[in-house]
Design a protein around this ligand. Structure first.
Ligand code: MG
Ligand code: ZN
Length: 367
C-alpha cells in the first residue's frame, strides 16, 4: 500500500516535470536546470562560413581549436531589406537582436537606436570589452557600441565610444579619435575618463588594471602575414585579464575582422591565415573558459564572404584549394559554435538575432 503510494508520487512527479519541460520547450524558455554563465565571450569571424573554417582545418591538418566545440547551430544571416546582409546589419543582429537594413549600425530600420548586449551588460554591472583586428570604428565593432544610420560615419562612431562605459577596447583606428575633421581630440577625453591609452602592443601589455583604450594602428591593422603577428590573441588575453576581476562578470566581443577581406579578394591564402589567427584567439578564450567554468564562449560569423567552396585539399601537405562564386557576401547560413554553461541552447537552424536573445536570456537580462 505504502509502496504503491510512493510509486504514484514518483509517477506524478515525473509527469509534472515532463509537463514543465514540454511547456518550457514550447515557449522557447531556457530550462531551469541549465547553468547560467557569469561571463560571455562572443567571437565573430567576419565572413567565416563553413568553407573558410574547413580550408583552415585542412591547412593545419585538423589542429583547429574550433574543432573542440560540440554545440553547433546554423545561423540565418539575411537582413531587414536584403537576402544577403552586410556587416552593419549582420553585426547589429548579433549585438542588438534586431534585423535592420544593410549599412545601418545599432538601429532598427526606422532609425531608432537599439541597445547592444555590451550596453545591457554595463547597465547590469558587468564589465565590458571589445577586441578586433580592424579599425574599432568599422561596422562589426561599431554595432556593439554605436547607433548611426550609416556605417561610414566613422568619426561619429569614435565619438560614441565616449558615451559608453566600456572598460577595454583594442584594435586599430587611432586617427578616428585623434585626427578628426571636427578637430576634437578624443584621446584627451579618453584620458580624462580614466582610460590608459596605448598605441603599441608592448604598452598595452603593461596595463595590469583599470580601463584600457588600445588604438594600436592609425587605421586598420595589417593582415597577419604582413606584420600583425599575434596582436589578436595577445589582445584577447589582455582583455580577459582586465575584465575577469569583476565578480558580477563580463561580456567581451572579439572579431577576426579580415577573414572577410580574404573572401572579398577571393584569396584562399588570406582567408586561411586569418582563420588560423582567429582560431588562436579562440584558443585563448577556450582555455580561460575551461579553467573558469563560468564562461560561455560563442563563435559565429555575421555572414559568409566569397561564396567559397572547398574545391580540393590535402591534410598531409596542408594544401587547401578554395573556389569562389562571388567577390561579395553570400546568403548561406553560417555555423555558430558554443562552449560552456548554456552552450546546449545553440542548436538547429536559428536566426542571427537568436544569438543576442540567448546571450541576454542566459545572462539574466531578459526572460
Ligand atoms: Mg567586420
Ligand atoms: Zn565584407
Amino acid at each position: 500500500m505504502l509502496k504503491n503510494s510512493v510509486k504514484s508520487l514518483i509517477l506524478i512527479a515525473l509527469l509534472l516535470s515532463g509537463a514543465e519541460y514540454t511547456q518550457a520547450q514550447k515557449s522557447g524558455k531556457v530550462s531551469k536546470k541549465e547553468k547560467h554563465p557569469r561571463n560571455v565571450i562572443i567571437m565573430i569571424g567576419d565572413g567565416m562560413g563553413l568553407a573558410q573554417m574547413y580550408a583552415a582545418y585542412t591547412a593545419t591538418d585538423g589542429k583547429l581549436r574550433l574543432a573542440e566545440f560540440e554545440h553547433i547551430a546554423l545561423s540565418k544571416t539575411y537582413s531587414a531589406n536584403d537576402y544577403t546582409t552586410d556587416s552593419g546589419a549582420g553585426g547589429t543582429a548579433i549585438a542588438c537582436g534586431v534585423k535592420t537594413n544593410n549599412g545601418m549600425i545599432g538601429m532598427n530600420p526606422d532609425s531608432v537606436a537599439v541597445k547592444s548586449i555590451l550596453r545591457l551588460a554595463e547597465e547590469h554591472g558587468l564589465s565590458t570589452g571589445l577586441v578586433v583586428s580592424c579599425d574599432v570604428t568599422h561596422a562589426t565593432p561599431a554595432s556593439f557600441v554605436a547607433s548611426v544610420p550609416n556605417r561610414k560615419q566613422s568619426e561619429d562612431i569614435a565619438k560614441q565610444y565616449l558615451d559608453t562605459d566600456i572598460d577595454v577596447f583594442i584594435g586599430g583606428g587611432y586617427d578616428a579619435f585623434a585626427k578628426r575633421s571636427d578637430s576634437l581630440n578624443l584621446i584627451d577625453q579618453l584620458v580624462k575618463r580614466n582610460y590608459q591609452v596605448a598605441t603599441a602592443i608592448p604598452a598595452m601589455l603593461e596595463v595590469n588594471s583599470g580601463k584600457l583604450a588600445a588604438l594600436l594602428y592609425p587605421a586598420h591593422p595589417p593582415r597577419v602575414s604582413e606584420g600583425r603577428g599575434d596582436m589578436l590573441s595577445l589582445s584577447v588575453a589582455k582583455a580577459i585579464d582586465l575584465l575577469k576581476t569583476n565578480k558580477d562578470g563580463f561580456v567581451l566581443m572579439v572579431e577576426g575582422s579580415q577573414i572577410d577581406w580574404g573572401g572579398h579578394g577571393n584569396d584562399t591564402d588570406y582567408v586561411v591565415e586569418e582563420v588560423i589567427d582567429f582560431d588562436k584567439a579562440i584558443g585563448v578564450a577556450l582555455d580561460f573558459a575551461r579553467h573558469d567554468q563560468q564562461t560561455l564562449v560563442i563563435i559565429t560569423a555575421d555572414h559568409e564572404t566569397g561564396g567559397m567552396a572547398n574545391a580540393g585539399g590535402n591534410f598531409k601537405t596542408g594544401e587547401a584549394k578554395g573556389a569562389f562564386t562571388t567577390g561579395n557576401h553570400s546568403a548561406i547560413p553560417v555555423p555558430t559554435y558554443a562552449f560552456g554553461p548554456g552552450a546546449e541552447n545553440f542548436k538547429g537552424i536559428i536566426e542571427n538575432t537568436d544569438i543576442f536573445r540567448l546571450m541576454s536570456k542566459l545572462l539574466g537580462f531578459s526572460k
